[in-house]
Design a protein around this ligand. Sequence first.
Ligand SMILES: [Fe+2]
Ligand SMILES: [Fe+2]
Length: 244
Amino acid sequence: MISKRMKLADAVHMNYLLLYVIDRFGIKLGFGDKSVEEVCREYNLDSEFFIEIVNSFVDENYIPSSDINTFPTEQAVEYLKNTHTNYLEVQIPEIESLIHEMVQNCSLDKKNVVILNNFFEEYRQELETHIKREEEAVFPYVLKVTEAFRHQKVSKDLIDEMKEYSINDFASEHDNVEEKLYDLKNIIIKYLPPVDDPHLCHKILIELFNLEKDLNDHALLEDRLVVPIVAEKEAYLRKIYIQQ
Ligand SMILES: [Fe+2]
Ligand SMILES: [Fe+2]
């Protein structure tokens, strides 16, 4: 487990995939021998929250603890948004360009490579829709509930919104975008006939495995941390201000 006193550099040596995580917190490399706590202080980050995120990334069985009064919802939403941007602007385009390279370099039967390309294109669109829904509807609602809870003041608009919608509606419709990646990996592992460049195939697979792990972790943060905290705040606000 990673602790606040541990050097951040040692944490990265323990699990290099943490590079993605620290980047989304806005932390730049070159932190020398500073501890996790020191780096968090420098970047104005809640170190408790940082530790929970990092540990649940390192160990999927880790159950993050959170307190309704201290959980930094705004920081969590910021982190989730940075992760979305990273998927759409870095990870997905990288995989896309590797797949395009494979289509272009394929001198054998192109049919299956084209199927793979189309499948990924469909996947990208699905992921974009998923992210758009969260950023345009869910996160603004999360922030409004957080603000209302903090100031113990609920606007008429929010009362109307809460009558129509609840964070549990989001939880029940929140689909598993990572599941389809499993099928995508299988197309390459099981069904793609020999291609000209097997190393390119391996590269694509490694990127897909990393993205799948990352998406899984991302969904856990949404489902296990943000949803329960917001649900608790919502229940409180409903009881006091709506009395349904
Ligand atoms: Fe998300
Ligand atoms: Fe999501």
